[in-house]
Design a protein around this ligand. Structure first.
Ligand code: ISE
Length: 327
């Protein structure tokens, strides 16, 4: 993801300069820097954050490093776009919230890029303009070809993959969650198997989420929002259909990067605007949204382990993160 963002900054964000590429593996940083024309390479992310020739940072390091790097960016006064999730635990999220609210201004945007995807934009617009009537349910399917990393655990279906749905369903519905239940089918063999979750919102809506990190056939994200007057489904962009040998077929993306390429560009452009103006896009995810996604994920892991419906209990939202409506 870091190299993808480096390319966006270097090629698609007029006015932005890719100043430094940082990676624990110096050789990997050098290769990305060379490919993207970056000015310099580093292996110490904290040193990069404090450099006087760096105005903002993009954090795309392994999940467990996110919270500490976000706090360092806040302390250095540098806006940061951090890939999801914000942190592995609620406690770490609250430490980041404490650091940011203590400054009285926003520094952080989080990489829930689906908010910027055209299909979710149209889904939210159909709800917000009254076309669908009141929202009743939102069904979500999130399938990977295979687990994205060798150390991907069964819980990460909920803590690493599902945060996209936890966040985007909140964003589309403009609602907060009240409970979560989680189930897993038998028969996945030694692989990380599918997880099926049902969430209730405070407004009484139902959100269903299937995550299957080993679907094998393609990267396949589906969604349907059901309202009192109609329904709207996500279409997966497809640029061609191959008709041959009595068959007609379109291709799935191999992973999320080509499927959400345009959403990443829009998200990163919104971050550049945030760096320039200090005003966070109403579409973008902030630290509070990052906290909610992590908190719901932890409740989901508990629900799966206990087989019980788990209440989603949020800490009060600080004034800094107040928005016109729940997003
Ligand atoms: C990965 O971190 C992502 O963010 C992808 O969007 C998701 O599909 C994948 O399951 C995650 O591991």
């Amino acid at each position: 993801m870091g190299s993808d963002h480096a390319r966006i900054i270097a090629e698609d964000l007029p006015g932005a300069t890719l100043q430094v590429v940082c990676d624990a593996a110096g050789e990997r940083a050098r290769k990305v820097a060379e490919a993207c024309g970056a000015g310099d390479v580093e292996t110490d992310p904290f040193a990069v954050i404090w450099r006087t020739d760096v105005d903002a940072v993009l954090i795309a390091s392994p999940d467990p490093t996110h919270a500490a790097l976000c706090v360092a960016a806040i302390e250095a006064g540098k806006p940061a776009l951090c890939e999801k999730p914000l942190a592995q635990s609620v406690e770490e999220c609250l430490r980041v919230i404490e650091a940011e609210t203590a400054t009285g201004r926003r520094f952080l945007q989080f990489g829930f890029m689906r908010r910027f995807d055209q299909s979710y934009h149209e889904m939210k617009a159909a709800l917000d303009d009254g076309t669908l009537g009141p929202a009743l349910m939102m069904h979500n399917i999130h399938r990977n070809v295979e687990t994205p990393a060798a150390d991907f655990t069964a819980d990460m279906a909920i803590t690493n993959s599902a945060p996209h749905e936890f966040d985007v369903a909140r964003f589309v519905l403009g609602a907060e969650y009240r409970t979560i239940s989680a189930f897993a089918p038998k028969g996945a063999g030694g692989k990380v198997g599918p997880v099926f979750m049902v969430l209730e919102t405070e407004a009484g809506q139902l959100v269903t989420i299937e995550v299957n990190n080993n679907a094998t056939y393609g990267y396949d994200v589906r969604g349907e929002l059901v309202g009192a007057k109609g329904a709207i489904s996500l279409n997966t962009p497809s640029y061609s259909r191959l008709d041959v040998g009595l068959s007609s077929r379109t291709a799935y993306a191999p992973d999320w990067r080509p499927r959400y390429g345009e959403a990443y560009r829009r998200q990163d452009k919104a971050f550049l605007d945030f760096v320039r103006t200090g005003a966070l896009s109403p579409v973008a995810a902030d630290t509070w949204d990052g906290y909610v996604a992590t908190m719901v994920a932890q409740a989901g892991v508990r629900a799966l382990k206990t087989g019980q419906k788990v209440a989603v209990e949020m800490t009060p939202r600080p004034e800094l993160y107040a928005r016109g409506e729940a997003q």
